[in-house]
Design a protein around this ligand. Structure first.
Ligand code: FEO
Length: 172
């Protein structure tokens, strides 16, 4: 049985994951329009992953006698300054998600909710992976600078990553 406090906090996390999904979907669309097909594919995959993160919490609440609610999400931006700015935005968003997950873990400890604590450990690891991934991309962007051929290669690389992620999930 989930406590009302934990349910409320998890519900806020659902809204955050839903916004991440919408945010990355919007960035994917912008990348597509700018001709970065590989990066668009990567961000479409990231958007799907965020929806999966949201759904996992949804099921956890409902499997523990709560009732998850579909959040209303604010519309994400449609336009982005440039390629580099998109990934700075991704990093800020992921850092906000990590902070929120850590706060949830603190709350689970405080309330001695072992089920929620155990459930949240998956998110702690996932956030480390996600932050590492976007920092790697930002480091590559630092090397590339304004070099168009460098961006072309990175776009190809991110496209391949999306394809491999799809193969693992059986969707490509
Ligand atoms: Fe679900 Fe990338 O945070």
């Amino acid at each position: 049985m989930i406590s009302k406090n934990i349910e409320k906090a998890l519900q806020q996390q659902i809204a955050l994951e839903a916004y991440s999904s919408a945010f990355y979907l919007s960035m994917a669309s912008w990348m597509d329009a700018e001709g970065f097909e590989g990066t668009a594919a990567f961000l479409y995959t990231q958007s799907d992953e965020e929806r999966m993160h949201m759904l996992k919490i949804f099921h956890f609440i409902n499997d523990n006698d709560g009732q998850a609610v579909v959040p209303s999400t604010e519309a994400p931006p449609k336009k982005f300054k440039d390629y580099h700015t998109c990934f700075l935005n991704v990093l800020s968003q992921e850092q906000a998600v990590t902070a929120s997950i850590h706060e949830l873990v603190n709350q689970a400890v405080k309330e001695k909710d072992h089920a929620a604590h155990n459930f949240l450990q998956w998110y702690v690891s996932e956030q480390m992976e996600e932050e590492k991934q976007v920092k790697t991309i930002l480091n590559k962007l630092k090397i590339i600078g304004n070099d168009g051929s460098g961006l072309f290669l990175l776009d190809n690389e991110l496209g391949k990553m999306a394809l491999n992620a799809g193969k693992e999930e059986g969707t490509a």
